[in-house]
Write a protein of this length. Structure first.
Length: 352
């Protein structure tokens, strides 16, 4: 009876612990909103990158989450409806502006809310922010596609020559100034030929600039995130430089080891009759004899050491030397792994 009671108590404790851990994981990953909330919707022309579960922020502070992203209307005037909820004390108004904003440089986005111009009246529960008060998502691939006509017409060799001429000219090479002028003239002649391509490029750039003008807030966020990234890398400059030096030293050491064992390894592979040929043909019987008698030898040594103090053997040092240079590297590795003994390997008292 006592054993059953202990088993039940253990099972109850295990179940309580499992429920607690499961709840903690769910609470961490769920990113729920504390307290009562209010649900709203917003209409966008483009919500690329925004997904259910993403943050809703006011002035950079998380106040809610996105519940759903659905298609509203039919083509060609289809729009996206974003359903989200915020904490009840965060009141939205008829002039509230919603924007899909970059959260970080890896492409995550959040729904940002801010006050806009115009009349300010409370937005009722379940209210909709119209398309006129939303800023769509920005697709960076559209910006790169705008330069496609230029990239397809340029000769890579000409671009390389022009780049090298510019670098040499800035480095004080007077002879490169003439080369720079010649390459610039050649490149200009190449660009001046296809008028249709230049027209397409200008049109694409016009659309690009118009899109960028609408994404001022997103660009500002991207620049701020890039600045933070560069500042973090600058603060870790010493660590990065030291890591680079360590990697270089390790690679050089490995190169020395490979260079030291390469001749012996090559000789082992190329010599006649060769290790494998010797083992498979001439020395086959010898290897078989050794393999058959090794277990008997081990059993005899075991009986001697187990039934009396007739023979005691201690392994104090082991050196591996398949190729020249490998033994020294192995010993240096063991010494480095046991510091604090005057660069010597630690031994047990029996081996000292």
């Amino acid at each position: 009876m006592r054993q059953h009671r202990r088993a039940l108590v253990g099972l109850a404790l295990f179940m309580a612990f499992s429920v607690t851990v499961t709840w903690a994981v769910f609470a961490t990953l769920g990113r729920g909103i504390s307290g009562p909330t209010t649900t709203y919707s917003a209409i966008f022309t483009d919500v690329s990158g925004l997904s259910p579960g993403d943050d809703v922020r006011v002035a950079g502070v998380r106040v809610g989450r996105v519940d759903a992203v659905d298609l509203a209307g039919t083509s060609p005037k289809a729009t996206a409806r974003v359903t989200f909820r915020v904490q009840r004390e965060q009141q939205l108004y008829t002039n509230t502006v919603a924007a899909v904003t970059y959260q970080n440089v890896i492409g995550q986005r959040y729904l940002g809310l801010a006050q806009g111009p115009g009349e300010q009246r409370k937005l009722p529960d379940g209210g909709i922010i119209p398309e006129e008060h939303t800023n769509p998502s920005f697709d960076i691939s559209y910006m790169l596609n705008g330069f496609e006509p230029l990239f397809t017409q340029l000769d890579p060799e000409q671009v390389d020559n022009l780049t090298n001429a510019i670098i040499n000219a800035f480095q004080g090479d007077s002879g490169s100034v003439l080369t720079l002028t010649t390459q610039a003239s050649t490149l200009s002649a190449t660009l001046a030929g296809p008028d249709q391509v230049l027209g397409d490029l200008i049109q694409n750039l016009n659309e690009l600039v118009a899109t960028l003008a609408k994404q001022n807030a997103n660009l500002e966020t991207m620049l701020n995130q890039s600045q933070s990234l560069m500042a973090e890398l600058a603060s870790r400059r010493d660590g990065l430089v030291s890591s680079g030096g360590s990697i270089t030293s390790t690679v050089q050491r490995m190169a020395e080891i490979v260079g030291a064992i390469t001749p012996d390894l090559t000789q082992t592979i190329e010599r006649e009759p060769g290790f494998l040929s010797h083992g498979l043909r001439d020395g086959r019987q010898r290897f078989a004899y050794m393999a058959a008698n090794t277990p008997l030898l081990m059993k005899g040594l075991a009986r001697i050491t187990q039934e009396g103090s007739y023979l005691n053997a201690y392994a104090c040092d082991i050196d591996i030397s398949l190729w020249r240079g490998l033994r020294d590297w192995f010993r240096a590795f063991v010494v480095a792994a046991t510091p604090g003994n005057g660069n010597e390997v630690w031994h047990s008292p029996i081996c000292r």
